[in-house]
Design a protein around this ligand. Structure first.
Ligand code: SF4
Length: 323
């Protein structure tokens, strides 16, 4: 039950200071810690982060930090990537159960069997996967650089793309290359309802629809602009439009409003009018859990060393090719 609010293993009401922001700031100094947060985190976490970004920029920050402790306000595969890049640093995730349905949709054993059917393929994996899948890949990509990376691969080689089938279809369309797709998906991005987005467009005829490529093709075909979370943020600032229907996790709207305060952002609705367009995994992290993680230096991310080494090369290749 990922949406259930559960106490942090060390949480007791008398351990949460009244002035949480000051306490976090003090712990940051004591630990020489850096707080990295994803755009899908709650606004209060976004506001205290040292660096806020999408998967690519957070990986770059993690690769270059001088901090001794990385507090990763995001989901498990993101913190794991930070640990792969920084084996000697302490990497903390406020809630260890902040997973990802997309990463879970690609179990390592089944993927190994799938990969064995195509022995000469290059394996490109979206960063939203476990360390074990990264270790079986040739190169990692994010939604910011997937098209550029696939374009640079030798034309005479076949490519497996995992785990997100929607991003894979989008990359196929943009590059004209045929990809062998693993059929994984994200519960959040598959929840946007084409019919409801069209109804919203009728209600707000001047609004531009902007969408993340993890959305289904049926939604993407209505989009005026498709891009990673960072690209969507830039686009809504630069566009002359003043209204946007936003088809990605609505946590990003906090930054959109900060960066373009005069503009109007409408979250794309989910199929059942539920809150399932919000990522339940990202929502497991709270400011209180973040404080407790720093105070008790756990939950800590650990990775088997042979998997870490195997996963490091494909991530480094991506960072080298991300310009
Ligand atoms: S929004 Fe989707 S892909 Fe992103 S962390 Fe949540 S479940 Fe995973």
């Amino acid at each position: 039950m990922l949406t259930t609010i559960r106490p942090h293993p060390y949480s007791q009401s008398n351990q949460i200071p009244n002035d949480l922001l000051t306490a976090i700031s003090q712990l940051k100094k004591e630990l020489n810690a850096v707080i990295l947060a994803h755009y899908y985190q709650d606004p209060d976490i976004q506001d205290i982060a040292d660096f806020l970004g999408d998967s690519l920029s957070l990986s770059q920050q993690a690769a270059n930090t001088n901090a001794d402790v990385i507090v990763f306000a995001g989901v498990h595969f993101m913190a794991e990537t930070a640990k792969i890049l920084n084996p000697n640093k302490l990497v903390l995730l406020p809630d260890l159960e902040a997973g990802c349905s997309l990463a879970d949709s690609c179990p390592p054993n089944t993927f190994a069997q799938f990969k064995a059917q195509y022995p000469n393929c290059i394996v490109v994996s979206y960063i939203n996967c476990t360390a074990a899948i990264k270790a079986m890949s040739d190169i990692i990509c994010t939604s910011s650089n997937a098209v550029k990376i696939v374009e640079q691969l030798p034309k005479n080689r076949s490519i497996i793309f995992a785990p997100d089938r929607n991003l894979g279809k989008y990359v196929m369309k943009q590059t004209g290359r045929k990809l062998i797709l693993w059929q994984g998906s994200c519960i959040v991005h598959e929840t946007f309802a084409e019919k409801k987005i069209v109804q919203l467009k009728i209600k707000y005829p001047l609004a531009e629809i902007i969408a993340h490529p993890e959305c289904e093709t049926s939604v993407l075909r209505h989009a005026n602009y498709i891009g990673s979370t960072t690209a969507l943020l830039k686009y809504c600032q630069q566009s002359l439009s003043t209204e946007f229907i936003v088809a990605t996790e609505p946590g990003i709207i906090h930054q959109m409003k900060k960066l373009a305060p005069m503009k109007h952002f409408i979250p794309a609705p989910a199929i059942n009018n539920c809150a399932c367009n919000e990522c339940p995994y990202m929502r497991l992290n709270t400011l209180e859990k973040l404080y407790l993680a720093m105070k008790f230096k756990q939950p800590e991310i650990t990775i088997n060393e042979s998997i870490r080494i195997a996963a490091l090369g494909p991530i480094q290749k991506m960072l080298e090719l991300s310009f």
